[in-house]
Design a protein around this ligand. Structure first.
Ligand code: NAD
Length: 324
């Protein structure tokens, strides 16, 4: 019975964590604990009927306080951001290893029945992402290990930590490798924003200022795929509830889009055309990244449902409301 369950969402003040708390409440989970290091007034979403806890989950004792008596845990807490942040803050990114390690220790001690870890496509071997025409990364492409320096290594190490807590201590863990997730109620400025939100912000700035220019990081030919938050949430639940997904699995869109094409989409939503200036020395990440979804389609019958333009229009509207 969901009403009897105690579920903890770590990183609940952030983008995905905030949406996940709302979703768990809508599903009827009895007790939701929402944990984040940020002061409550900086959380993207604060929900009623939730135990909100402001604490640093790098600290072992705090992890125990958060997880005591819990049935299920979702670890979305991480010191991270888009390429502009992770390329310049590798040590900060790697320190998040303390969060997952101490949460796993607390989860085992608390007898938690399921533990979810949010990994990333940044675990994939860089050499397999040098072509913008990449067809898709399969789960095995994480090895031999050559992930994104800093952030990707932390994710790969934490994935393995989950695996070994399962093998050695019998803790049931589930790991999803998120490819870019976008939607409202997330970071769009300040240096940690990712491409979809950053492009929306830049297009809105151009529209509001009348200066019809946009700066694009890299050549704009680099490719990625983008998943709407509602598709991400459905995938998280399917993976968490599955008895078969006992290994890290892709959770992302398989629709490859160049950054230039993403700008086209946002320009179309905004009803504007901008002069593009390319900043070739800006952090831009790998040349090509896309999700191969064969495994998740076969095993969980999951496919993204939200078309890019529709999801981006929702995201654009929310960012516009914040800025205007
Ligand atoms: P986010 O930055 O919006 O949320 C992360 C939250 O973790 C933040 O609110 C932050 O304050 C909190 N946090 C950081 N350090 C903490 C600490 N020491 N103790 C407690 N809380 C702490 O990021 P998001 O986009 O919601 O991402 C959630 C998870 O998904 C992260 O693990 C991220 O690496 C992963 N992920 C996200 C994407 C994406 O496109 N958004 C892609 C791949 C992986």
């Amino acid at each position: 019975m969901l009403t009897d369950k105690v579920v903890v969402v770590c990183g609940a003040g952030g983008f995905i964590g905030g949406h996940l708390v709302a979703d768990l409440l809508a599903k009827g989970v009895g007790t939701v604990r929402a944990v984040d290091i940020k002061p409550l007034e900086e959380w993207f979403q604060v929900h009623a009927d939730v135990t909100n806890m402001v604490m640093d989950l790098r600290e072992k004792d705090n992890c125990w306080t958060a997880l005591m008596g819990a049935d299920a845990v979702y670890n979305l807490a991480c010191d991270m951001g888009g390429m502009g942040f992770i390329e310049l803050n590798k040590a900060k990114c790697m320190i998040s290893v303390l969060i997952n390690t101490h949460l796993l220790m607390a989860a085992e001690r608390a007898g938690v029945s399921r533990y979810f870890y949010a990994s990333s496509a940044c675990v994939y071997n860089g050499e397999k992402q040098s072509d913008p025409a990449i067809s898709g990364l399969v789960e095995a492409d994480a090895y031999p290990a050559m992930p994104e320096d800093g952030y990707g290594w932390e994710k790969l190490f934490s994935e393995r930590m989950c695996r070994h807590f399962t093998e050695d201590f019998g803790l049931t863990t589930r790991v999803a490798r998120f490819h870019n997730v976008y939607g409202p109620n997330g970071t769009y400025d300040g240096g940690r924003e990712k491409a979809p939100a950053a492009i929306c912000r830049k297009v809105i700035e151009a529209k509001l200022s009348g200066k019809h220019e946009i700066e694009i990081w890299g050549s704009g030919e680099q490719t990625r795929s983008f998943m709407d938050i509602s598709d991400c949430l459905k995938g998280i639940h399917l993976i968490m509830d599955s008895n078969d997904i006992t290994f890290p699995i892709n959770l992302g869109s398989a629709e490859k889009v160049s950054i230039n094409q993403l700008v086209d989409v946002v320009e179309d939503i905004a009803g504007i055309k901008l002069t593009r200036r390319y900043k070739l020395d800006a952090p831009k990440g790998v040349d090509g990244r896309n999700s191969d979804n064969r495994l998740i389609r076969e095993m969980l019958d999951w496919e993204p449902q939200v078309p890019l333009r529709e999801g981006m229009a929702r995201t654009y509207r929310w960012i516009y409301e914040q800025m205007a």
